[in-house]
Design a binder for this molecule. Structure first.
Ligand code: CMC
Length: 434
Protein backbone atom coordinates (compact mmCIF):
# COMPACT_ATOMS: atom_id res chain seq x y z
CA UNK A 1 0.00 0.00 0.00
CA UNK A 2 1.37 3.42 -0.89
CA UNK A 3 0.32 6.86 0.21
CA UNK A 4 -0.32 9.01 -2.85
CA UNK A 5 -0.03 12.81 -3.21
CA UNK A 6 -3.82 12.63 -3.62
CA UNK A 7 -5.78 13.86 -0.58
CA UNK A 8 -9.45 14.20 0.26
CA UNK A 9 -10.72 17.25 2.11
CA UNK A 10 -13.15 16.86 4.93
CA UNK A 11 -15.06 19.99 5.87
CA UNK A 12 -17.13 20.50 9.00
CA UNK A 13 -20.01 22.59 7.70
CA UNK A 14 -20.87 23.74 11.24
CA UNK A 15 -17.50 25.39 11.90
CA UNK A 16 -16.04 25.71 8.42
CA UNK A 17 -12.88 23.89 9.57
CA UNK A 18 -11.38 21.48 7.09
CA UNK A 19 -8.76 18.76 7.12
CA UNK A 20 -6.85 17.01 4.37
CA UNK A 21 -6.97 13.23 4.59
CA UNK A 22 -4.32 11.13 2.81
CA UNK A 23 -5.41 8.66 0.13
CA UNK A 24 -3.71 5.28 -0.15
CA UNK A 25 -3.73 3.05 -3.18
CA UNK A 26 -3.37 -0.71 -3.47
CA UNK A 27 -2.14 -2.67 -6.46
CA UNK A 28 -5.69 -2.78 -7.84
CA UNK A 29 -9.18 -1.97 -6.59
CA UNK A 30 -10.57 1.21 -5.01
CA UNK A 31 -8.28 3.62 -3.18
CA UNK A 32 -8.85 4.16 0.53
CA UNK A 33 -8.95 7.29 2.67
CA UNK A 34 -6.53 6.96 5.57
CA UNK A 35 -8.53 7.95 8.65
CA UNK A 36 -6.13 6.62 11.28
CA UNK A 37 -5.45 10.12 12.63
CA UNK A 38 -9.02 11.35 12.14
CA UNK A 39 -10.12 11.31 15.77
CA UNK A 40 -6.87 12.83 17.07
CA UNK A 41 -6.99 15.66 14.55
CA UNK A 42 -10.72 16.31 14.18
CA UNK A 43 -12.47 14.82 17.24
CA UNK A 44 -14.75 12.79 14.94
CA UNK A 45 -15.10 9.04 14.56
CA UNK A 46 -16.51 7.46 11.41
CA UNK A 47 -19.69 5.36 11.65
CA UNK A 48 -19.87 2.25 9.46
CA UNK A 49 -21.86 -0.65 10.95
CA UNK A 50 -21.23 -3.79 8.91
CA UNK A 51 -17.99 -2.24 7.58
CA UNK A 52 -19.62 -1.55 4.23
CA UNK A 53 -17.10 1.20 3.39
CA UNK A 54 -14.21 0.37 5.67
CA UNK A 55 -10.95 -1.39 4.94
CA UNK A 56 -9.86 -3.06 8.19
CA UNK A 57 -6.37 -4.12 7.14
CA UNK A 58 -3.81 -4.26 4.36
CA UNK A 59 -3.69 -7.65 2.65
CA UNK A 60 -1.92 -9.29 -0.28
CA UNK A 61 -3.83 -12.56 -0.25
CA UNK A 62 -7.14 -12.26 -2.11
CA UNK A 63 -8.68 -9.68 -4.42
CA UNK A 64 -12.36 -9.44 -5.31
CA UNK A 65 -13.91 -7.15 -7.88
CA UNK A 66 -17.54 -7.60 -6.96
CA UNK A 67 -18.91 -5.57 -9.86
CA UNK A 68 -17.11 -7.65 -12.45
CA UNK A 69 -17.42 -10.96 -10.57
CA UNK A 70 -13.65 -11.47 -10.26
CA UNK A 71 -11.95 -13.44 -7.51
CA UNK A 72 -8.16 -13.75 -7.49
CA UNK A 73 -5.95 -15.56 -4.99
CA UNK A 74 -2.49 -13.99 -5.06
CA UNK A 75 -3.40 -12.83 -8.58
CA UNK A 76 -4.64 -16.19 -9.91
CA UNK A 77 -8.31 -16.41 -11.04
CA UNK A 78 -10.38 -18.83 -8.96
CA UNK A 79 -11.67 -20.74 -12.00
CA UNK A 80 -8.10 -21.46 -13.13
CA UNK A 81 -7.08 -22.62 -9.68
CA UNK A 82 -10.15 -24.86 -9.44
CA UNK A 83 -9.36 -26.39 -12.82
CA UNK A 84 -5.59 -26.70 -12.71
CA UNK A 85 -4.48 -26.73 -9.09
CA UNK A 86 -5.26 -28.76 -5.98
CA UNK A 87 -6.36 -27.70 -2.52
CA UNK A 88 -3.03 -28.11 -0.72
CA UNK A 89 -1.26 -26.17 -3.45
CA UNK A 90 -3.85 -23.38 -3.07
CA UNK A 91 -3.35 -23.45 0.71
CA UNK A 92 0.40 -22.99 0.08
CA UNK A 93 -0.27 -20.16 -2.36
CA UNK A 94 -2.49 -18.37 0.14
CA UNK A 95 0.09 -18.81 2.88
CA UNK A 96 3.29 -17.94 1.01
CA UNK A 97 2.19 -15.80 -1.95
CA UNK A 98 3.56 -18.00 -4.75
CA UNK A 99 2.73 -21.40 -6.18
CA UNK A 100 5.18 -23.97 -4.81
CA UNK A 101 7.89 -25.47 -7.00
CA UNK A 102 7.98 -29.32 -7.02
CA UNK A 103 10.39 -29.50 -4.04
CA UNK A 104 8.40 -26.98 -2.01
CA UNK A 105 5.17 -28.80 -2.81
CA UNK A 106 6.56 -32.14 -1.68
CA UNK A 107 7.84 -30.61 1.55
CA UNK A 108 4.51 -28.82 2.18
CA UNK A 109 2.48 -32.01 1.66
CA UNK A 110 4.87 -33.86 3.99
CA UNK A 111 4.48 -31.16 6.65
CA UNK A 112 0.71 -31.27 6.47
CA UNK A 113 0.27 -35.04 6.30
CA UNK A 114 2.64 -35.46 9.27
CA UNK A 115 -0.01 -33.80 11.45
CA UNK A 116 -3.22 -35.47 10.24
CA UNK A 117 -3.80 -37.52 13.39
CA UNK A 118 -5.27 -35.92 16.50
CA UNK A 119 -4.20 -36.62 20.07
CA UNK A 120 -6.00 -39.83 21.07
CA UNK A 121 -7.38 -38.16 24.19
CA UNK A 122 -9.12 -35.57 22.04
CA UNK A 123 -11.44 -38.30 20.77
CA UNK A 124 -12.90 -38.62 24.28
CA UNK A 125 -14.24 -35.07 23.94
CA UNK A 126 -16.75 -36.30 21.39
CA UNK A 127 -18.49 -38.48 23.97
CA UNK A 128 -19.37 -35.33 25.89
CA UNK A 129 -21.70 -34.30 23.06
CA UNK A 130 -25.17 -35.62 22.36
CA UNK A 131 -25.33 -37.82 19.26
CA UNK A 132 -27.73 -35.32 17.69
CA UNK A 133 -25.41 -32.35 18.33
CA UNK A 134 -24.93 -30.15 15.27
CA UNK A 135 -21.45 -30.99 13.91
CA UNK A 136 -20.65 -27.25 13.79
CA UNK A 137 -21.26 -27.14 17.57
CA UNK A 138 -18.81 -30.02 17.91
CA UNK A 139 -16.28 -28.27 15.66
CA UNK A 140 -16.45 -25.05 17.72
CA UNK A 141 -15.61 -27.13 20.79
CA UNK A 142 -12.97 -29.54 19.52
CA UNK A 143 -11.01 -27.01 17.44
CA UNK A 144 -10.82 -24.68 20.46
CA UNK A 145 -9.78 -27.70 22.52
CA UNK A 146 -6.70 -28.18 20.32
CA UNK A 147 -5.26 -25.28 22.37
CA UNK A 148 -5.16 -27.64 25.33
CA UNK A 149 -3.18 -30.31 23.45
CA UNK A 150 -0.54 -28.61 21.35
CA UNK A 151 1.29 -26.30 23.74
CA UNK A 152 4.37 -26.31 21.51
CA UNK A 153 2.53 -24.35 18.83
CA UNK A 154 0.66 -21.69 20.80
CA UNK A 155 3.43 -19.10 21.24
CA UNK A 156 2.38 -16.58 18.63
CA UNK A 157 5.64 -14.64 18.93
CA UNK A 158 7.64 -17.66 17.74
CA UNK A 159 7.56 -17.88 13.93
CA UNK A 160 8.34 -21.58 13.94
CA UNK A 161 5.49 -22.33 16.36
CA UNK A 162 3.13 -20.25 14.24
CA UNK A 163 4.06 -22.25 11.18
CA UNK A 164 3.50 -25.56 12.96
CA UNK A 165 0.13 -24.32 14.21
CA UNK A 166 -0.86 -23.64 10.58
CA UNK A 167 0.27 -27.13 9.51
CA UNK A 168 -1.67 -28.67 12.38
CA UNK A 169 -4.85 -26.75 11.68
CA UNK A 170 -4.90 -27.53 7.95
CA UNK A 171 -3.99 -31.17 8.65
CA UNK A 172 -6.39 -31.85 11.51
CA UNK A 173 -9.54 -30.15 10.23
CA UNK A 174 -10.48 -33.06 7.89
CA UNK A 175 -9.82 -35.55 10.69
CA UNK A 176 -11.99 -33.61 13.15
CA UNK A 177 -14.70 -32.99 10.55
CA UNK A 178 -14.84 -36.70 9.69
CA UNK A 179 -14.93 -37.56 13.41
CA UNK A 180 -17.89 -35.19 13.92
CA UNK A 181 -19.65 -36.96 11.03
CA UNK A 182 -18.86 -40.46 12.32
CA UNK A 183 -19.96 -39.52 15.83
CA UNK A 184 -23.43 -38.55 14.58
CA UNK A 185 -23.68 -41.83 12.65
CA UNK A 186 -22.56 -43.89 15.63
CA UNK A 187 -19.73 -45.37 13.56
CA UNK A 188 -16.12 -45.79 14.73
CA UNK A 189 -13.65 -43.00 13.97
CA UNK A 190 -11.38 -43.79 11.03
CA UNK A 191 -7.70 -42.91 11.29
CA UNK A 192 -6.18 -40.86 8.44
CA UNK A 193 -4.23 -42.55 5.64
CA UNK A 194 -1.31 -40.35 4.70
CA UNK A 195 -0.74 -42.08 1.37
CA UNK A 196 -4.00 -40.51 0.14
CA UNK A 197 -4.45 -36.98 -1.16
CA UNK A 198 -6.06 -34.40 1.11
CA UNK A 199 -9.54 -34.79 -0.41
CA UNK A 200 -9.26 -38.57 -0.79
CA UNK A 201 -8.22 -38.89 2.84
CA UNK A 202 -11.20 -36.87 3.98
CA UNK A 203 -13.65 -38.98 1.95
CA UNK A 204 -11.96 -42.11 3.29
CA UNK A 205 -12.27 -40.97 6.92
CA UNK A 206 -15.87 -39.87 6.36
CA UNK A 207 -17.25 -42.83 4.42
CA UNK A 208 -15.16 -45.93 5.06
CA UNK A 209 -16.11 -48.49 7.72
CA UNK A 210 -13.85 -51.16 9.22
CA UNK A 211 -16.16 -53.94 7.99
CA UNK A 212 -15.64 -53.33 4.27
CA UNK A 213 -12.97 -52.18 1.84
CA UNK A 214 -13.51 -48.61 0.66
CA UNK A 215 -12.90 -47.63 -2.95
CA UNK A 216 -12.26 -43.95 -3.53
CA UNK A 217 -14.12 -42.61 -6.54
CA UNK A 218 -11.60 -40.34 -8.35
CA UNK A 219 -14.35 -38.13 -9.83
CA UNK A 220 -15.84 -37.51 -6.39
CA UNK A 221 -12.39 -36.96 -4.85
CA UNK A 222 -11.59 -34.37 -7.53
CA UNK A 223 -14.98 -32.71 -6.97
CA UNK A 224 -14.34 -32.63 -3.22
CA UNK A 225 -10.95 -31.04 -3.82
CA UNK A 226 -12.51 -28.43 -6.13
CA UNK A 227 -15.13 -27.61 -3.51
CA UNK A 228 -12.34 -27.13 -0.98
CA UNK A 229 -10.49 -24.80 -3.41
CA UNK A 230 -13.65 -22.76 -4.02
CA UNK A 231 -14.08 -22.21 -0.28
CA UNK A 232 -10.41 -21.70 0.64
CA UNK A 233 -10.45 -17.92 1.05
CA UNK A 234 -12.56 -14.85 0.40
CA UNK A 235 -10.65 -11.86 1.82
CA UNK A 236 -12.13 -10.01 4.82
CA UNK A 237 -15.45 -11.85 5.21
CA UNK A 238 -17.10 -12.11 8.66
CA UNK A 239 -15.27 -15.26 9.79
CA UNK A 240 -11.83 -14.16 8.54
CA UNK A 241 -12.31 -10.76 10.16
CA UNK A 242 -13.33 -12.62 13.33
CA UNK A 243 -10.11 -14.63 13.24
CA UNK A 244 -8.09 -11.44 12.73
CA UNK A 245 -9.91 -9.59 15.51
CA UNK A 246 -9.62 -12.49 17.96
CA UNK A 247 -5.95 -12.85 17.13
CA UNK A 248 -5.25 -9.13 17.56
CA UNK A 249 -5.51 -9.61 21.32
CA UNK A 250 -2.71 -12.20 21.21
CA UNK A 251 -5.01 -15.23 21.55
CA UNK A 252 -3.62 -18.61 20.50
CA UNK A 253 -4.21 -19.87 16.94
CA UNK A 254 -6.58 -22.72 17.78
CA UNK A 255 -8.85 -20.43 19.82
CA UNK A 256 -8.84 -17.89 16.96
CA UNK A 257 -9.85 -20.50 14.37
CA UNK A 258 -12.60 -21.74 16.71
CA UNK A 259 -13.85 -18.12 16.77
CA UNK A 260 -13.83 -18.12 12.95
CA UNK A 261 -15.88 -21.33 12.92
CA UNK A 262 -18.56 -19.78 15.15
CA UNK A 263 -18.86 -16.79 12.84
CA UNK A 264 -19.01 -18.99 9.74
CA UNK A 265 -21.88 -21.01 11.19
CA UNK A 266 -24.48 -18.23 10.69
CA UNK A 267 -26.93 -18.55 7.77
CA UNK A 268 -25.90 -15.16 6.35
CA UNK A 269 -22.39 -16.61 5.94
CA UNK A 270 -21.25 -20.26 5.66
CA UNK A 271 -24.49 -21.61 7.11
CA UNK A 272 -26.22 -20.57 3.87
CA UNK A 273 -25.32 -23.84 2.09
CA UNK A 274 -27.44 -25.77 4.59
CA UNK A 275 -30.19 -23.14 4.39
CA UNK A 276 -30.26 -23.35 0.56
CA UNK A 277 -30.93 -27.06 0.60
CA UNK A 278 -33.63 -26.71 3.23
CA UNK A 279 -35.21 -24.01 1.09
CA UNK A 280 -35.08 -26.13 -2.10
CA UNK A 281 -36.63 -29.05 -0.25
CA UNK A 282 -39.36 -26.82 1.12
CA UNK A 283 -40.11 -25.47 -2.35
CA UNK A 284 -40.53 -29.07 -3.43
CA UNK A 285 -41.67 -28.45 -7.00
CA UNK A 286 -41.08 -25.84 -9.70
CA UNK A 287 -44.65 -24.54 -9.59
CA UNK A 288 -44.03 -23.12 -6.10
CA UNK A 289 -41.14 -20.94 -7.32
CA UNK A 290 -43.23 -17.81 -8.09
CA UNK A 291 -44.62 -17.91 -4.55
CA UNK A 292 -41.14 -18.22 -3.01
CA UNK A 293 -39.79 -15.38 -5.16
CA UNK A 294 -42.75 -13.24 -4.12
CA UNK A 295 -41.96 -13.92 -0.45
CA UNK A 296 -38.26 -13.05 -0.96
CA UNK A 297 -39.30 -9.67 -2.39
CA UNK A 298 -41.86 -8.89 0.30
CA UNK A 299 -40.51 -6.24 2.70
CA UNK A 300 -42.85 -7.49 5.43
CA UNK A 301 -41.52 -11.04 5.19
CA UNK A 302 -38.09 -11.80 6.69
CA UNK A 303 -37.59 -14.65 4.18
CA UNK A 304 -34.66 -14.27 1.77
CA UNK A 305 -33.67 -16.38 -1.17
CA UNK A 306 -30.82 -18.35 0.37
CA UNK A 307 -27.70 -18.68 -1.76
CA UNK A 308 -28.55 -15.39 -3.45
CA UNK A 309 -26.89 -12.01 -2.93
CA UNK A 310 -23.52 -11.04 -1.58
CA UNK A 311 -22.04 -8.07 0.21
CA UNK A 312 -19.26 -7.75 -2.35
CA UNK A 313 -20.48 -9.45 -5.56
CA UNK A 314 -22.90 -7.39 -7.58
CA UNK A 315 -22.47 -9.86 -10.41
CA UNK A 316 -22.41 -13.67 -10.72
CA UNK A 317 -20.19 -15.14 -8.00
CA UNK A 318 -17.37 -16.77 -10.03
CA UNK A 319 -17.31 -19.65 -7.54
CA UNK A 320 -20.99 -20.40 -8.25
CA UNK A 321 -20.20 -20.95 -11.95
CA UNK A 322 -17.54 -23.58 -11.16
CA UNK A 323 -19.84 -25.08 -8.54
CA UNK A 324 -22.67 -25.46 -11.04
CA UNK A 325 -20.36 -27.30 -13.45
CA UNK A 326 -19.00 -29.51 -10.64
CA UNK A 327 -22.58 -30.27 -9.65
CA UNK A 328 -23.32 -31.61 -13.13
CA UNK A 329 -20.12 -33.73 -13.10
CA UNK A 330 -20.92 -35.28 -9.73
CA UNK A 331 -24.56 -36.03 -10.57
CA UNK A 332 -23.48 -37.59 -13.88
CA UNK A 333 -20.87 -39.74 -12.14
CA UNK A 334 -23.45 -40.92 -9.62
CA UNK A 335 -25.93 -41.66 -12.38
CA UNK A 336 -28.44 -39.12 -11.04
CA UNK A 337 -30.22 -38.09 -14.22
CA UNK A 338 -33.01 -35.83 -13.05
CA UNK A 339 -32.28 -34.47 -9.63
CA UNK A 340 -35.43 -32.56 -8.63
CA UNK A 341 -33.40 -30.30 -6.35
CA UNK A 342 -31.02 -29.32 -9.16
CA UNK A 343 -33.96 -28.71 -11.46
CA UNK A 344 -35.68 -26.55 -8.85
CA UNK A 345 -32.42 -24.65 -8.22
CA UNK A 346 -31.85 -23.98 -11.92
CA UNK A 347 -35.43 -22.85 -12.46
CA UNK A 348 -35.27 -20.65 -9.36
CA UNK A 349 -32.05 -19.09 -10.65
CA UNK A 350 -33.63 -18.51 -14.06
CA UNK A 351 -36.75 -16.88 -12.61
CA UNK A 352 -34.84 -14.72 -10.11
CA UNK A 353 -32.33 -13.48 -12.69
CA UNK A 354 -35.19 -12.23 -14.86
CA UNK A 355 -37.01 -10.51 -12.01
CA UNK A 356 -36.70 -6.72 -11.68
CA UNK A 357 -36.18 -6.91 -7.90
CA UNK A 358 -33.11 -9.16 -8.23
CA UNK A 359 -31.84 -7.27 -11.29
CA UNK A 360 -32.09 -3.86 -9.59
CA UNK A 361 -30.48 -5.06 -6.37
CA UNK A 362 -27.87 -7.03 -8.33
CA UNK A 363 -28.60 -10.26 -6.51
CA UNK A 364 -26.97 -13.29 -8.15
CA UNK A 365 -26.38 -16.89 -7.02
CA UNK A 366 -23.43 -17.16 -4.64
CA UNK A 367 -21.07 -20.04 -3.83
CA UNK A 368 -23.63 -21.68 -1.55
CA UNK A 369 -26.39 -21.98 -4.12
CA UNK A 370 -25.21 -25.23 -5.75
CA UNK A 371 -22.76 -26.69 -3.23
CA UNK A 372 -25.45 -28.34 -1.08
CA UNK A 373 -26.84 -30.30 -4.03
CA UNK A 374 -23.39 -31.77 -4.73
CA UNK A 375 -22.60 -32.53 -1.11
CA UNK A 376 -25.96 -34.22 -0.58
CA UNK A 377 -25.45 -36.34 -3.69
CA UNK A 378 -22.04 -37.34 -2.32
CA UNK A 379 -23.68 -38.61 0.85
CA UNK A 380 -23.24 -35.76 3.33
CA UNK A 381 -26.17 -34.72 5.50
CA UNK A 382 -27.10 -31.03 5.47
CA UNK A 383 -25.62 -30.47 8.91
CA UNK A 384 -22.15 -31.30 7.52
CA UNK A 385 -22.19 -28.70 4.74
CA UNK A 386 -20.91 -25.80 6.80
CA UNK A 387 -18.34 -28.08 8.44
CA UNK A 388 -16.84 -28.73 5.00
CA UNK A 389 -16.81 -24.98 4.37
CA UNK A 390 -14.94 -24.49 7.69
CA UNK A 391 -12.48 -27.24 6.81
CA UNK A 392 -11.57 -25.52 3.54
CA UNK A 393 -11.70 -21.94 4.86
CA UNK A 394 -9.09 -22.89 7.48
CA UNK A 395 -6.48 -22.48 4.70
CA UNK A 396 -7.57 -18.85 4.30
CA UNK A 397 -7.95 -18.19 8.01
CA UNK A 398 -4.42 -19.32 8.81
CA UNK A 399 -2.99 -17.35 5.86
CA UNK A 400 -4.67 -14.16 7.15
CA UNK A 401 -3.65 -15.01 10.70
CA UNK A 402 -0.02 -15.26 9.59
CA UNK A 403 -0.21 -12.12 7.45
CA UNK A 404 -1.35 -10.14 10.46
CA UNK A 405 1.93 -10.90 12.24
CA UNK A 406 3.92 -9.51 9.31
CA UNK A 407 2.23 -6.11 9.57
CA UNK A 408 4.42 -3.27 10.80
CA UNK A 409 1.69 -2.06 13.08
CA UNK A 410 0.52 -4.66 15.60
CA UNK A 411 -2.62 -3.20 17.12
CA UNK A 412 -5.45 -4.79 19.02
CA UNK A 413 -8.67 -4.44 17.01
CA UNK A 414 -10.93 -2.06 18.89
CA UNK A 415 -13.78 -0.40 16.98
CA UNK A 416 -15.49 2.64 18.50
CA UNK A 417 -19.21 3.33 18.64
CA UNK A 418 -21.89 5.96 18.30
CA UNK A 419 -23.33 5.94 21.81
CA UNK A 420 -27.07 6.62 21.94
CA UNK A 421 -27.80 5.44 25.50
CA UNK A 422 -28.54 7.33 28.71
CA UNK A 423 -26.22 10.17 29.69
CA UNK A 424 -24.72 10.29 33.20
CA UNK A 425 -27.31 10.19 36.00
CA UNK A 426 -27.39 9.40 39.73
CA UNK A 427 -28.17 5.95 41.11
CA UNK A 428 -31.76 5.65 42.42
CA UNK A 429 -32.19 3.49 45.58
CA UNK A 430 -34.63 0.57 45.13
CA UNK A 431 -37.36 2.02 47.41
CA UNK A 432 -37.45 5.25 45.36
CA UNK A 433 -37.86 3.58 41.98
CA UNK A 434 -41.32 3.62 40.43
N1 CMC B 1 -33.19 -12.44 -1.08
C1 CMC B 1 -34.00 -11.35 -1.14
N2 CMC B 1 -33.55 -10.09 -0.96
C2 CMC B 1 -32.25 -9.92 -0.69
C3 CMC B 1 -31.36 -11.01 -0.62
C4 CMC B 1 -31.88 -12.32 -0.82
N3 CMC B 1 -31.08 -13.38 -0.74
N4 CMC B 1 -30.12 -10.55 -0.34
C5 CMC B 1 -30.23 -9.22 -0.25
N5 CMC B 1 -31.51 -8.85 -0.48
C6 CMC B 1 -32.02 -7.47 -0.51
C7 CMC B 1 -32.18 -6.89 0.89
O1 CMC B 1 -33.47 -7.11 1.40
C8 CMC B 1 -31.86 -5.44 0.68
O2 CMC B 1 -33.01 -4.82 0.16
P1 CMC B 1 -33.31 -3.25 0.51
O3 CMC B 1 -32.15 -2.48 -0.05
O4 CMC B 1 -34.61 -2.99 -0.17
O5 CMC B 1 -33.39 -3.18 2.00
C9 CMC B 1 -30.81 -5.44 -0.43
O6 CMC B 1 -31.02 -6.67 -1.16
C10 CMC B 1 -29.38 -5.42 0.09
O7 CMC B 1 -29.24 -6.46 1.05
P2 CMC B 1 -28.38 -6.31 2.37
O8 CMC B 1 -28.85 -7.30 3.39
O9 CMC B 1 -28.34 -4.87 2.79
O10 CMC B 1 -26.96 -6.73 1.82
P3 CMC B 1 -25.75 -7.26 2.65
O11 CMC B 1 -24.56 -7.00 1.84
O12 CMC B 1 -25.77 -6.72 4.03
O13 CMC B 1 -26.04 -8.84 2.75
C11 CMC B 1 -26.03 -11.15 2.33
C12 CMC B 1 -25.40 -9.79 1.99
C13 CMC B 1 -25.21 -12.27 1.71
C14 CMC B 1 -26.03 -11.36 3.86
C15 CMC B 1 -27.48 -11.19 1.79
O14 CMC B 1 -27.48 -11.04 0.39
C16 CMC B 1 -28.22 -12.46 2.20
O15 CMC B 1 -28.79 -12.52 3.30
N6 CMC B 1 -28.23 -13.51 1.31
C17 CMC B 1 -28.81 -14.79 1.66
C18 CMC B 1 -27.84 -15.58 2.52
C19 CMC B 1 -26.68 -16.13 1.73
O16 CMC B 1 -26.84 -16.70 0.66
N7 CMC B 1 -25.47 -16.02 2.30
C20 CMC B 1 -24.25 -16.56 1.72
C21 CMC B 1 -23.28 -15.50 1.28
S1 CMC B 1 -21.95 -16.13 0.25
C22 CMC B 1 -21.02 -17.18 1.23
C23 CMC B 1 -20.48 -16.59 2.46
O17 CMC B 1 -20.13 -15.41 2.52
O18 CMC B 1 -20.31 -17.33 3.41
Amino acid sequence: MTTTPHTVTLTDDATGRSWKLPVMEGSTGPNVIDIRKLYGETGFFTHDPGFTSTSSCESKITFIDGDKGILLHRGYPIAELAEKSDFLEVAYLLQFGELPDPVQKKEWIKNITYHTMVHEQLSTFFNGFRRDAHPMAIMCGVVGALSAFYHDSTDIHDENQREIACHRLIAKMPTLAAMAFKFALGQPFVYPQNSLSYAENFLYMAFSVPAEPYRINPVLARAMDKIFILHADHEQNASTSTVRLASSSGANPFACIAAGITSLWGPAHGGANEAVLKMLMEIGSKDRIPEIVRRAKDKNDSFRLMGFGHRVYKNYDPRAKVMQQTCREVLAELGIKNDPLLETAMELERVALQDDYFIEKKLYPNVDFYSGIILRAMGFPMSMFTVLFALARTAGWVAHWQEQFREKEQKIGRPRQLYTGAVERSFVPLDQRK
